[in-house]
Design a protein around this ligand. Structure first.
Ligand code: KIV
Ligand code: NA
Length: 266
C-alpha cells in the first residue's frame, strides 16, 4: 500500500509549495485526481453538482459516507477529506464528534471539514483532541446560505474584515490543519493567508493562498455557466455530448453494434 498524505504533512506546507486540492465524489474521478492532487475533498457541493439540489442543505450524513467510501476506495495517495453535512455538527461538540467518528470509521478518510469560524472553534478543538483532523471553512459558507441571504462574496465591506479575520484566527488557534477561504475579496484572502499560522486553501480567494481548490466538474467544463472564480481546464461536457450523439447516430443507422461487438458463432 502507498502511504497517504496526512494532516500534519499539509499543516507544515504553510508558505511552501502550494497545496493542490480538488473535489471528488466517486471512484472513477478519484482514480484520476489522485494522480495529481494532494487532497481529494468529498464536498457537500455534490448536492448541487450530482443531485441538482438548490443548496447543500439537503445532504445527509449517510449520503456523505457513501460517497466518501467510494472516493477512498478509488484513491491511494491523496488525503481524502469528507465534508460534515448541515445539521450533523452544529449542535454540540459531542454530537459533532459522534458523527465525525462515523465518517472516519465508515469511510476510512483522513479528515473532516466543517463550516464556521469563531462559532465552531470549540468543536474543532474537541474533535482534534479526540483524534479527528479538521479542515475549517470560512468566508462564504454555503450551509449558511439562508442566513447570509444568498451566495455572496464576503468582505466587500471592509468594516467587516475584522470579523472574518477573527474567524480565520479562531480556527487556526483551535488546531485546524488548514482552512478553506471561500468567496472572500482577494486582498482580504491574501492578508489572512499572510497573517495566520495554518495553510489557507482558496476558492474565489487569492493566488497568495497556500493552496487552491475547485469543484472538479466546474474546472472540467461540465458547467456551461461557471462562476467567476472557476478557470475551465477541460471540455468534458462537450466530449460527453459528442460521444452520446455519435452513439445515438450509430444505433439509429444500425452502425452499432459492428461484427467486432457481437458474439459470432465460429
Ligand atoms: O463542498 C465543496 O465542494 C466545498 C469546496 C468548494 C471547498 O466545500
Ligand atoms: Na462544502
Amino acid at each position: 500500500v502507498t502511504r497517504r498524505v496526512t494532516a500534519p504533512e499539509i499543516r507544515v506546507r504553510k508558505g511552501g509549495e502550494p497545496i493542490v486540492a480538488l473535489t471528488s465524489y466517486h471512484a472513477n474521478t478519484a482514480r484520476i485526481v489522485d494522480q495529481h492532487a494532494d487532497i481529494l475533498l468529498v464536498g457537500d457541493s455534490l448536492a448541487m453538482v450530482l443531485y441538482a439540489m438548490e443548496s447543500t442543505l439537503g445532504v445527509s450524513l449517510d449520503l456523505m459516507i457513501a460517497h466518501g467510501r467510494a472516493v477512498v476506495r478509488g484513491s491511494k495517495r491523496a488525503m481524502v477529506v469528507v465534508d460534515m453535512p448541515f445539521g450533523s455538527y452544529e449542535e454540540s461538540p459531542e454530537i459533532a464528534f459522534r458523527n465525525a467518528a462515523r465518517v472516519m470509521q465508515e469511510t476510512g478518510c483522513g479528515a473532516v471539514k466543517l463550516e464556521g469560524g469563531v462559532r465552531m472553534a470549540d468543536t474543532i478543538r474537541f474533535l482534534i483532541e479526540r483524534g479527528i483532523p479538521v479542515m475549517a471553512h470560512i468566508g462564504l459558507t454555503p450551509q449558511s446560505v439562508n442566513t447570509l441571504g444568498g451566495f455572496k462574496t464576503q468582505g466587500r465591506d471592509t468594516a467587516l474584515w475584522p470579523l472574518i479575520k477573527a474567524d480565520a484566527k479562531a480556527v487556526s488557534d483551535a488546531g485546524a490543519f488548514s482552512v478553506v477561504l471561500e468567496g472572500i475579496v482577494e486582498p482580504l484572502a491574501a492578508e489572512i493567508s499572510r497573517e495566520i499560522a495554518i495553510p489557507t486553501i482558496g476558492i474565489g480567494g487569492s493566488v497568495e493562498c497556500d493552496g487552491q481548490i475547485l469543484v472538479l466538474e466546474d474546472m472540467l467544463g461540465y458547467n456551461p455557466k461557471p462562476p467567476k472564480f472557476v478557470k475551465v481546464y477541460g471540455a468534458v461536457g462537450t466530449a460527453i455530448d459528442e460521444a452520446v450523439k455519435a452513439y445515438a447516430d450509430d444505433v439509429r443507422s444500425r452502425k452499432f453494434p459492428g461484427d467486432e461487438h457481437v458474439y459470432l458463432l465460429k
